[in-house]
Design a protein around this ligand. Structure first.
Ligand code: NAD
Length: 287
């Protein structure tokens, strides 16, 4: 039986996944603002450092896997963009950086980052916000969305999910992750019936936007089903899954973006492709 760290374990999808892991006989170290083994606030650096070290102390330096599900939706409010960036992006990156050695110690660890189909279905998310997040410049990222008025929360949310997905894909294939036997992948849900969604539905403008969003299969997703996908992505079946983004969104991404990917690399991308090909031979990727 394994030991798993789960952020956002007190509610919604993180809670469902924790319950299912425990029911299967595993040990779960939940991290959340309340009702968790590790009570910590991931919206500031000290809280993240405390969460990371307390979880490591509890697992004895060896983790079989992790689910990064703590997150905030695109709610309006003062300082909301900063909080979204701190929790949805830094709350994943800082914890996984700290936990990586413990995941490597397990030799075949699996990690699931909860992204969102917002990463591909919210239009016009500023590229500079995503770049600022990936460069570790949270204050600059906040500045880039501040002037967007009522669109700021959605743009901040979309940017946080694009950045976290891109970060995970960049790391997943490196010797430090793939080469250390750690499988790092992203689950991208659509609208799922959790307290996060309930909160958005209680705000009239947000409710209108959520309800108008096309979901080809209809309705909202069930958090218990999403938890089943997470458990599958933590299982041995995921041994050859690396840097993938799995959309479980009722078809919204396919509806908006059917022809955008998969897509062959254009001619302008060939030099970068050849460079990556050459550098792979030089690196150790023997996971
Ligand atoms: P939820 O609100 O039910 O659960 C989120 C959990 O994160 C809560 O327990 C909350 O306390 C915790 N959390 C929030 N801020 C925190 C902080 N500062 N420190 C520590 N913990 C904190 O939401 P959910 O829908 O289960 O969301 C889980 C993940 O799924 C989030 O990353 C969310 O962005 C993502 N997501 C949700 C939906 C949806 O429609 N529900 C869709 C796509 C992606």
């Amino acid at each position: 039986m394994g030991v798993y760290a789960v952020t956002g374990a007190a509610s919604g999808m993180g809670r469902q996944a924790s319950d299912k892991l425990r029911a299967a006989g595993h040990t779960v170290i939940g991290v959340d603002l309340h009702d968790a083994e590790v009570v910590a606030d991931l919206s500031n650096p000290d809280g993240r450092a405390a969460a990371a070290s307390q979880a490591l102390a509890r697992c004895g330096g060896r983790l079989d896997g992790a689910i990064l599900a703590a997150g905030l939706g695109p709610k309006p409010g003062p300082d909301m963009a900063r909080t979204i960036f701190e929790v949805n992006f830094r709350g994943v990156v800082d914890l996984l950086d700290a936990w990586r050695p413990a995941l490597a110690a397990a030799e075949r660890a699996k990690v699931v980052v909860i992204g969102s189909n917002s990463s591909t279905t919210i239009p016009a998310v500023p590229r500079r916000t995503v770049s600022a997040l990936l460069a570790g410049k949270t204050v600059r990222a906040v500045r880039t969305v501040k002037l967007l008025g009522p669109a700021a929360p959605s743009m901040a949310y979309g940017a946080s999910k694009i950045a976290v997905t891109r970060w995970a894909r960049r790391q997943a294939v490196t010797p430090e992750w793939a080469g250390a036997g750690i499988r790092l992948n992203v689950l991208a849900p659509g609208a799922i019936q959790t307290p996060l969604l309930d909160e958005l539905l209680a705000i009239p403008a947000q409710a209108k936007a959520v309800q108008a969003f096309p979901v080809p299969v209809g309705g909202f997703g069930d958090p218990a089903m999403l938890a089943d996908w997470m458990l599958f992505m933590l299982s041995e079946a995921a041994e050859f899954l690396c840097g993938s983004v799995i959309f479980v969104d009722g078809g919204t991404d396919a509806y908006f973006r059917s022809d955008d990917w998969p897509r062959s690399l254009g001619v302008s991308g060939v030099p970068r492709y050849l460079m990556r090909l050459r550098s792979f031979r030089g690196a150790s990727h023997d996971g």
